[in-house]
Design a protein around this ligand. Structure first.
Ligand code: PMP
Length: 423
């Protein structure tokens, strides 16, 4: 392993800490080391000291095509050279919207926004407006943005508690929280409370804590219950959309929601999100339900969406990404055996989770607590120090730009990190 220096990052960190709380602009980044990156390309990052990293965090998911994708960036540059935002419509939003809906296949209409957080809020508002009910059902360990009505922590018995000082506790009454992958628990709640419930919002594959597939029949059962009780089914595909398949997790698992939110992989790293869904719901935005945003559907956003979707449709990378992730998982398992460590991985090629602990399959957030997540967090820092950029919470994302070179470099660096120990 080459020796790594950090003096340029150290100086930047000292300056940043003086002007930005914790030196970061998103609290999520407080969980990683404060490295400053100067550039990125494909599956690689380079920090201010010139150290390279194989990137399996991908900016928390958006760089699904790899960093700095030339075709997408060229289109954005060309489009934005003529103007950015008009407070009115422009042709690219029609092109992006048509491609978006055609790619998904199931949705009739779309609204673009800037962040997944906003798209989720728009979905919840729409569901309330459509049903005249106020509450929603959500699941332990799922993330739907940082706002008061969706941010969540748990006490020792998994009761919801506010996750942040300043968060309005009254918002905890906006939702019912259930363990995921437990259809019986959902049936029971709905039998009791369906008159209150506007929506069920779920990550169709649990990506934010663990990498957990829906049990066979679970999403289908959710769909049937929503139909039975007149509840709006919202898939939060902010991570899974365009990453799991062109049609996201909905396509992969064969279940169609009423509304779905997207972000991240849909725009090659550019900041765009979307809410898409059935016409009878979406049309309500034209009839009084408010959804606004100065930067929604900017030229930048629409150029990025249109070109990213063209790239994904012309040469769908899904088999490659799946194969790479599967080989990486196998490699990590082999290294765990070689070093006699209880390192375990679970998930699919596009997104998998690593931690320490037993080898049972984890089905929900409660199961996840039986793993040694802290020990993995310590390992993740060592991995980052050694040039494998990953999330401390265990998730690994693979991009279309990851190939053999990245795989070999990553496994070599993991091997060296496991040999060095200290976690
Ligand atoms: N939903 C899910 C499933 C997410 O993973 C995220 C962000 N990681 C969000 C919503 C919020 O998206 P954003 O950070 O763009 O607001």
């Amino acid at each position: 392993m080459t020796a790594r220096t950090s003096s340029a990052s150290d100086v930047l960190r000292e300056r940043a800490n003086k002007l930005t709380p914790a030196g970061v602009h998103s609290n999520v980044r407080m969980t990683g080391p404060l490295v400053f990156f100067e550039r990125a390309k494909g599956g690689w990052l380079w920090d201010a000291d010139g150290n390279d990293y194989v990137d399996y965090l991908l900016g928390q998911g958006p760089n699904f095509l790899g960093h700095a994708h030339e075709q997408v960036n060229a289109r954005v540059a060309e489009a934005t050279s003529k103007g950015l935002i008009y407070g009115a419509q422009h042709p690219l939003e029609v092109e992006a919207g048509e491609l978006f809906l055609d790619t998904l296949g199931w949705a009739d209409m779309v609204r673009f926004s800037m962040t997944g957080t906003e798209a989720d809020q728009a979905a919840l508002r729409l569901a309330r407006a459509a049903t005249g009910r106020t509450k929603f059902v959500r699941f332990e360990g799922h993330y739907h943005g940082w706002l008061d009505n969706v941010l969540l922590a748990y006490d020792d018995e998994f009761h919801p508690i506010a996750a942040s000082p300043g968060q309005m506790e009254s918002h905890l009454d906006d939702f019912y929280t259930l363990p995921w992958n437990d259809l019986g628990a959902l049936e029971q709640l709905l039998a009791d409370k369906s008159d209150d419930i506007a929506a069920i919002i779920t990550e169709p594959f649990m990506c934010n804590t663990g990498a957990v597939s829906p049990q066979p029949g679970y999403l289908e059962g959710m769909r049937t219950l929503c139909d039975k009780y007149g509840i709006v089914l919202i898939f939060d595909e902010v991570i899974t959309g365009f990453r799991f398949a062109l049609g996201g997790a909905s396509e992969r698992f064969g279940v169609t929601p009423d509304l779905a939110t997207y972000g991240k992989a849909m725009a090659g790293g550019w900041p765009v999100a979307a809410l898409a869904g059935k016409a009878e719901l979406m049309q309500m935005f034209a009839e009084g339900v408010n959804h606004s945003g100065t930067f929604n559907a900017s030229v930048m956003a629409c150029a990025a969406v249109a070109e990213t979707l063209k790239v994904l449709r012309d040469d769908p990378p899904y088999e490659r990404v799946e194969a790479h992730g599967t080989a990486l998982m196998a490699g990590l398992r082999e290294l765990a055996t070689k070093h006699d460590l209880p390192l375990r991985v679970q998930g699919v090629g596009m997104a998998f989770h690593a931690s320490f602990g037993h080898n049972e399959v984890v089905h929900n957030f409660r199961d996840l607590q039986s793993l040694d997540l802290d020990r993995y967090n310590t390992l993740s820092r060592k991995l980052m120090d050694n040039g494998v950029w990953v999330a401390g919470r265990g998730i690994w994302y693979v991009s279309a730009a990851h190939g053999d070179k990245e795989l070999n470099a990553a496994l070599e660096r993991v091997d060296a990190t496991l040999t060095a120990g200290g976690f």
